[in-house]
Design a protein around this ligand. Sequence first.
Ligand SMILES: Cc1ncc(COP(=O)(O)O)c(C=O)c1O
Length: 379
Amino acid sequence: MKISYLSWYKDLLGQIYRDNTKYNLLSSGISEPWDLLNEDLPESRDPKFKTRMATANEWGHPLLIEQIASRYGVNPKNITLTCGASNGIILCALALSSRYMKVAVETPVYEPLWRVPQELGMEVSFFGRHITSGEIDLDQLAARITKDTQLAFISNLHNPTGSFISESQIISILEVIKGCNKDCYLVIDEIYKDFVPDDFLPAATLDDSIITISSLTKVYGLGFLRCGWIVASENLTNRLRHAQPLINGVGSRQLEVLTSFVFDSFEKYRKASRDKVSVNREYVKRQLAPLFKSDVVKGWVPDYGCVAFLRLSNWADSLPLVDYLAKEFSIFVVPGWFFREPSFFRIGFGIDLDHLKSSMQQLVVGLNDFDAQNSVKNQ
Ligand SMILES: Cc1ncc(COP(=O)(O)O)c(C=O)c1O
């Protein structure tokens, strides 16, 4: 028997539910205590919730998979449901690469994109991504893709800089990869891509060698729903789905049902996100403009997304500043060190406007103060 236990179980679960099978001694746990849940779980008394709960979620809730597929213009057969994008990164590394083989990863980089493959025993190498233009250094990329490289990881929008790469740039990146190793896959983390107003299909639709990872965490502020998904060819989706139960079991039918209600009125969430980010971006730009002008701070606010990657002039390491801001001003920013770019720090501005205003005002004071203290010392 070639199929793994959990894959076999998942397939059977759906079948049993659909056929309304009466005799089932499969489970190793107790049945769901709905009489108790009806007392304690407010949503369990909602008829709409009850109806959607009345299904198996063998490969993820069927309605939710349909909704994601329809929203992103792909076939449900191309979707693997994951517990957030974090789970998607682990799944890609686990299912599509092997111990002692190689992966190539962009830098600066969101740490799990390289740490996960490394923890799983793969050899990681890095190719540069230009900090201001966001462009990938294609020569470096070519140098990193060897016959043993199974995966290349990038993010779009890029975390930490927020820069965007177009479909034609993605095709050029894939051509470079394929020119070095035709069996290597390109994994694109698209968790921030819905910040871009144009309606792009997932990059996985461009070529069967591209796999995209996404979730509702960043653009929609819905990380607590743990709804993530991977889009890939049917062939790769089968590989991903069969590895999925190893890290996520059968998933949470309740969270999947709650998420399906969000997808019922998805555009509402999308508009709210865009409206919020565009107001906040303008505010952050206004606050940072004098600091850019006086050259205290270098960097820019990207056109999309809600992060900015900044640095102080003449500082090769942002840690003293990050510590100072935390200690003296109770303001917290992410040191660039975590993204393999120590001179920078990252600020996020997707928060509520009042909180953003007070935090940005405090940041501006803190940055000027740090600059003044250190210019005095350097005189
Ligand atoms: C590029 C990227 N991918 C994945 C994640 C994790 O997302 P999730 O909460 O969906 O697991 C993050 C979170 O910061 C991220 O920046």
